[in-house]
Design a binder for this molecule. Structure first.
Ligand SMILES: C[S@@+](CC[C@H](N)C(=O)[O-])C[C@H]1O[C@@H](n2cnc3c(N)ncnc32)[C@H](O)[C@@H]1O
Length: 229
């Protein structure tokens, strides 16, 4: 049985059971293979812009006998998908900016039933802001520890959701509302990094004032949050 690590396991948990899914930027195809093997989804579409990744995915599917249930397509972002053909669309292991760009380009492929399961490797705050700008509601958020760091999982779609407070985009507003057990660790780490950056910028005398202002407002937010956690 394909083993999904903590990060991919957290992503998999949000894929709607019994419904077809797509994994955009599938890499080696572990997620699709793991979900199909467990019978969690009836059919999967694996998309990647790299021939090599798709070849690895095809070979894995062949080895596991997943046959016609896994459809491998080469292309950029949501381009190879038809609107409405899958329920969950996963984009994992890519930068937040990269995910935002794929969603913007493929916005017409996202209908009222699509569930986006997004796992940015960095730039989560930029992704959250892009989702709100694209009128894609943030429905849930999770944080998972692995490989010495924390990973965000963001679930979004056109389904109705309470307004998202972007003042918390750096850490995750829904993680804050649910007082996620890993949030303290995240905020403490970010606070330490922001303080160090401020000290370095002040010492070198270099760097634009907006950067310093931004870092100072981040420090204020983190300090305030730690008071409540
Ligand atoms: C680091 S791997 C992540 C694999 C897997 N999703 C995971 O989370 O473990 C990133 C993959 O995304 C693919 N990728 C990056 N940008 C892409 C895009 N715009 N369209 C399609 N695939 C993309 C890369 O070719 C690579 O195979």
């Amino acid at each position: 049985m394909i083993r999904l690590d903590g990060r991919l396991g957290a992503v998999a948990a949000y894929v709607e059971e019994g419904m077809p899914m797509a994994d955009v930027g599938c890499g080696h195809g572990l997620l699709c293979a793991g979900l199909l093997q467990r019978g969690r989804v009836p059919r999967a579409v694996a998309v990647d812009r790299s021939d090599l990744s798709l070849e690895k995915t095809r070979r894995l599917a062949g080895r596991l006998g997943l046959g016609g249930r896994l459809d491998c397509r080469r292309g950029d972002g949501l381009g190879p998908l038809e609107a409405g053909e899958v329920h969950s669309v996963v984009i994992a292991g890519v930068s937040g900016m990269g995910i935002a760009r794929m969603l913007e380009d493929g916005i017409h492929k996202i209908d009222g039933g699509t569930r986006l399961v997004l796992q940015p490797m960095q730039g989560e705050d930029a992704l959250r802001k892009a989702l709100v700008r694209l009128r894609l509601n943030i429905l849930d958020e999770d944080l998972v520890a692995g490989k010495g760091r924390l990973f965000d999982v963001i679930v979004a779609g056109r389904q109705k959701a309470p307004e998202y407070d972007l003042a918390y985009a750096r850490v995750g507003f829904l993680l804050w509302l649910k007082r996620h057990p890993l949030l303290r660790a995240r905020v403490e780490h970010r606070l330490a990094v922001a303080r160090k950056l401020i000290a370095n910028l002040q010492k070198s005398g270099k760097g634009p004032e907006e950067t310093l202002d931004d870092l100072r407002s981040a420090v204020r937010l983190y300090e305030e949050m730690l008071g409540w956690l």
